[in-house]
Design a protein. Structure first.
Lengths: 265, 728
């Protein structure tokens, strides 16, 4: 039905998160808020995950800084009726509040539940969708996203996607005891620019585990592309049915004794 | 919010709530002229200024990004060894301290009752004249010792001490006895060094006793620990709570509070009885080599199992693993070690374990006891000799606590002496950048001590709780708005310089102390024209000019000679590591690390644990809106099974009662704590209505803590308070 998107040749800029290095200090979140002048009542990054798992004293922790995955096939962009989202050639999915009409289709479309709306703002206060833009301004200037730059334990790395993927797989190979054998984001939703190395099943980090390995927007786009042919086909079928029914009725009126035979035919 | 509302009028403030303020909406931007003159900013006042963080005492290097005359972002300075390009959440939030809408921006003089929060604005001249005249009046009537001075761990502390010693008072309150007295006193006695530095380059086996490095973040050291663990080093972590450090440890041991000492003594027992130590090193460098085997024989792992609840086989195994790592083992000295009355002995046992591993042997070993001559190459302004202080100290050092270093002191005892009036009555208190109302145990007592004062003046940037109860508040410039004395780190002296001009009327501590000094007739002790003149005198001998230092953010210090292994000497009476200490023996204490039984909770009571969260520093940052945004709500942790047995549900209000106070908190029923303990998120429960974000949020454990003082180190035992919990 749908083919796996090959994005290995695209030189996306990406972030690799390693849950074994993260100490949940939230320096990334504060840095993001300051860098992007995010209002105090909303955030572009948040703590996700199960937190403390297990029963005293057999415990472990699972949390991650959660933000936009920067999909290769961004469903938000597909769903947006006014083109407020653009996918940059180097990876970031950018939201333009000037274009946004506040319909929030993107929120429904995103398989990672990322775009957040400023519900507390009235229409006159221009509520916006709150979402990470991979610090495009910093990256364009040759820097790293603010979250990556400040991470005290190097749990976040920034670089070329295929190099980060290669590194992530090397880590799994070297430490099969530390990681699950999966780099989340490698294929999920057709591949993302936020990649995650995890020590626990990804659901425990708060990620949706059953994301297909193709862009979910491909499904809707295929459906949407089929709209006209389907509509025309339906029109043809219905027209046929109408013609048939009328013919039957006519026939019935003439000779009700033959109804069964007609219906069977 | 409007400018008028943001510029807090404290008379009308009660009940005001913090809005969703964008960072810094209150004062018109004004970039530091010095930074502009030094060429750090372009014609639009955009650029980066190198300075130093003050969100905790680790003091990372910071590059402050300025746009149109406003600080818009802080980055870790890659050239500074404490930050290496990184900042923790507190460091990242630093500009919100500067742009806090609750900043005190003019001197204030109290007009209502103390603690009522009624103040009027005053000019600097009026506020300084009043402060100096009150201090002088107390000095004239009762002697200089009737003025208490207290301040904690800041770069201008050298001039605070200058004011104190010039004034002639012996009463100096630091908060160190509430923090690291046990660690420092133990390492001074054993190694002759206050706080040995740690090196994780080659470490293979790390033992941390309640050192919650992943939440009590020291940016570079936390990063080093993380890297060491990543390359395979083992971390054994002792804590009754499953902290974020426990989550990263190879092995977490949920030890019974107060019994770490028994665990460590049993480790020493296993190592010495089985002769697993680096015997050559120990024979050459350790005093106590001969008697230790016999002395430690009684501390068997089986003995320790009874006390700690940790299986003897586990202790035995960990001791053997630790010994097998030889020089690459590290028993971390810890930092805030004010836990139990036996914390000094715990630190002595840690010092001993390091001595047995020989990890100080090499340059670059896991533990370094070499004291870099602090500030070598930096000069100070000239000054006359200090007057002799004729009075004994109120905090009992050294006449009651002979081994407590004077610069540490015993703060909780100082407060108690104010209350009792023994050995004499104090009448005035000058406080800078410190919040004793929140930090001292038994807050009720501290408030009573405040009531006994004739005069209290506080220097701070916001209306902290102590300022709220003061008579005069002198508004200090924030760390992004001022100069401080330079700080030597390694082979460089780093500069804190203003990124923006002070907002409102705020002034640097260097200026405030000098102004007070001059009004007290002590001008000769403050021979600097202004902050820049002070710095020029500091770097006079370094052959570099201040403009250059402003550009780079540091001055190179003269290189010190590298020590070689055979020169290994220690700054103790014997020149060796004193596991056996004559000094302790002569003072009437055990010369060996020795078991001391800590108090235990009665049936139905819990240990009340304190700790750290990564987003806050003690009691000073809860009003920072960015940190507030990203902190978990303050809670009382209780083991989920225990809570269920007691019929308490997660998220409900509970009342916590100790012998000295009550507190109300929302309960967090969690697996991450021992069933016999509760833990209250530290730093919350502020009393000052001048802190619109922090006021009345959470509960304060200082309202519950009992005062206990260790007679050797003067350390307060903060986890030795036992509480009951019931539905609120």
């Amino acid at each position: 039905m749908t083919t796996l998107t090959d994005i290995s040749s695209i030189n996306y800029r990406s972030i690799l998160f390693d849950s074994t290095r993260c100490i949940d200090c939230r320096a990334c979140m504060v840095a993001c808020s300051v860098e992007n002048k995010v209002p105090n009542d909303v955030t572009r990054i948040w703590v996700a995950g199960a937190g403390v798992i297990g029963k005293f004293p057999e415990l472990e922790r699972a949390t991650m800084p959660y933000h936009c995955m920067h999909c290769h096939d961004p469903a938000c962009a597909s769903a947006c009726p006014v083109g407020a989202y653009t996918k940059r050639d180097d990876g970031p999915v950018i939201y333009d509040p000037e274009v946004c009409i506040g319909c929030r289709y993107c929120m429904n479309a995103c398989p990672f539940d990322v775009p957040h709306f400023e519900w507390d703002r009235g229409v006159d206060q221009h509520p916006e969708i709150i979402k990470c833009d991979l610090c495009s301004n910093r990256v364009d200037g040759g820097g790293e996203p603010a979250c990556v730059a400040t991470c005290p334990t190097d749990a976040l790395l920034f670089g070329d996607r295929h190099e980060l993927l290669q590194y992530a797989h090397q880590r799994i190979e070297e430490h099969p005891d530390r990681y699950i054998d999966r780099v989340f984001g490698e294929t999920e939703n057709g591949g993302t620019s936020y990649l995650i190395l995890s020590h626990v099943p990804v659901e425990e980090l708060g990620l949706p585990g059953n994301i297909p390995n193709y862009g979910v927007n491909k499904l809707s786009e295929q459906v949407m592309e089929a709209t006209l042919p389907v509509a025309f086909s339906w029109a043809a079928i219905l027209a046929g049915v109408t013609v048939g029914v009328r013919a039957v009725k006519k026939h019935k009126g003439e000779d009700s004794a033959t109804e069964e035979t007609e219906q069977e035919s | 919010m409007t400018k008028q509302v943001s510029r807090r009028d404290f008379l009308k403030l009660a009940g005001a709530t913090a809005g969703a303020l964008a960072v810094g909406s209150m004062v018109s931007p004004q970039v530091a002229s010095a930074a502009r003159e030094a060429g750090l900013l372009d014609t639009q006042d955009n650029g980066y200024v190198s300075t130093m963080c003050e969100m905790c005492v680790w003091r990372c290097g910071v590059l402050a990004k300025v746009e149109n005359g406003r600080v818009v972002k802080l980055e870790g300075n890659p050239e500074h060894p404490h930050s290496r390009g990184k900042l923790c959440p507190r460091g990242q939030s630093g500009l919100m301290n500067t742009y806090d809408p609750d900043r005190v921006l003019t001197p204030l003089i109290r007009v209502g009752k103390r603690g009522e929060g009624k103040f009027r604005k005053a000019s600097w001249d009026e506020a300084l004249d009043l402060t100096a005249s009150k201090m002088q009046a107390i000095k004239d009537k009762y002697g200089p010792e009737a003025m208490v001075f207290s301040s904690t761990h800041n770069l201008s502390q050298v001039q605070f001490e200058n004011l104190l010693y010039a004034f002639g008072s012996p009463n100096y309150g630091t908060q160190r006895s509430l923090c690291f007295n046990a660690m420092i006193t133990a390492f001074l006695l054993t190694y002759g060094v206050e706080e040995p530095s740690r090196n994780y380059d080659n470490v293979e086996y790390i033992l941390m006793v309640g050192r919650n490095m992943m939440e009590a973040i020291s940016t570079s050291e936390t990063g080093e620990l993380s890297r060491a663990l990543d390359r395979g080093a083992k971390l054994v972590y002792l804590d009754p709570r499953f902290t974020k450090t426990a989550a990263k440890a190879t092995e977490w041991i949920a030890i019974r509070p107060g019994t770490d000492l028994a665990f460590l003594l049993a480790m020493i027992n296993v190592i010495t009885q089985n002769e697993l130590a680096d015997c050559e090193f120990v024979r050459k460098y350790v005093i106590g080599c001969d008697g230790i085997q016999e002395e430690m024989a009684k501390y068997t792992p089986e003995w320790a199992e009874q006390i700690t609840g940790v299986p003897a086989a586990t202790i035995d195994r960990i001791a053997r693993e630790y010994a097998a790592a030889k020089h690459n083992a590290l028993a971390h000295p810890g930092w805030r070690t004010s836990n139990f009355i036996n914390s000094f002995q715990t630190e002595r046992a840690i010092a001993t374990l390091n001595a047995l591993s020989g990890n100080v042997l090499r340059v670059g070993g896991c533990l370094s006891t070499e004291v870099a001559a602090e500030g070598a190459g930096l000069a100070n302004p000239p000054q006359p000799a200090y007057p002799r202080s004729s009075a004994i100290r109120l905090d009992g050092a050294p006449w009651k606590y002979p081994l407590v270093p004077l610069k540490l002191g015993v703060f909780q005892e100082l407060r108690d002496s104010i209350l009792t009036g023994e050995p004499y009555q104090a009448h005035g208190w000058f406080i800078s950048r410190q919040n004793p109302i929140m930090s001292l145990p038994d807050r009720g007592k501290t408030l009573k001590a405040f009531e006994k004062m004739d005069f209290i003046a506080t220097v701070d940037i916001i209306m902290n709780d102590t300022a709220w109860y003061s008579d005069v508040i002198l508004p200090e410039a924030s760390y992004l708005e001022r100069y401080d004395p330079m700080l030597p780190v390694g082979d460089k002296a780093f500069l804190r310089q203003p990124v923006i001009e002070p907002q409102g009327e705020a002034k640097s501590a260097l200026w405030i102390y000098k102004q007070l000094g001059e009004r007290l007739g002590l001008g000769d002790y403050f021979q600097y024209a202004d902050e820049e003149d002070y710095l020029r005198q500091q770097i006079a001998a370094l052959g570099v000019d201040l403009e250059e230092v402003k550009r780079t953010g540091y001055a190179e210090l003269p290189a010190s000679e590298e020590k070689k292994d055979e020169e290994l000497t220690f700054n103790t009476p014997s020149g060796k590591i004193e596991v056996y200490s004559e000094t302790l023996k002569n003072a009437g204490f055990s010369p060996w690390p020795t078991w001391e039984e800590p108090l235990q909770p009665a049936e139905g009571e819990f240990y009340l644990l304190t700790g750290k969260v990564a987003q806050h520093t003690q009691f000073g940052t809860q009003n920072n809106q960015l940190l507030h945004k990203y902190s978990d709500e303050p809670r009382l942790w209780m083991n989920a099974q225990t809570a269920e047995k007691m019929g308490l549900a997660d998220g409900e209000w509970v009342e916590v009662t100790s012998p000295v106070g009550k507190a109300h908190s929302i309960l967090e029923a969690t697996q991450a704590i021992r069933p016999d303990c509760v833990y209250l998120t530290p730093g919350y429960g502020h009393l000052s209505k001048g802190l619109t974000t922090a006021f009345a949020n959470g509960a304060s454990d200082s309202a519950l803590h009992l005062s206990y003082t260790d007679p050797i180190s003067g350390s307060q035992a903060l986890s030795q308070t036992f509480v009951t919990v019931k539905k609120a």
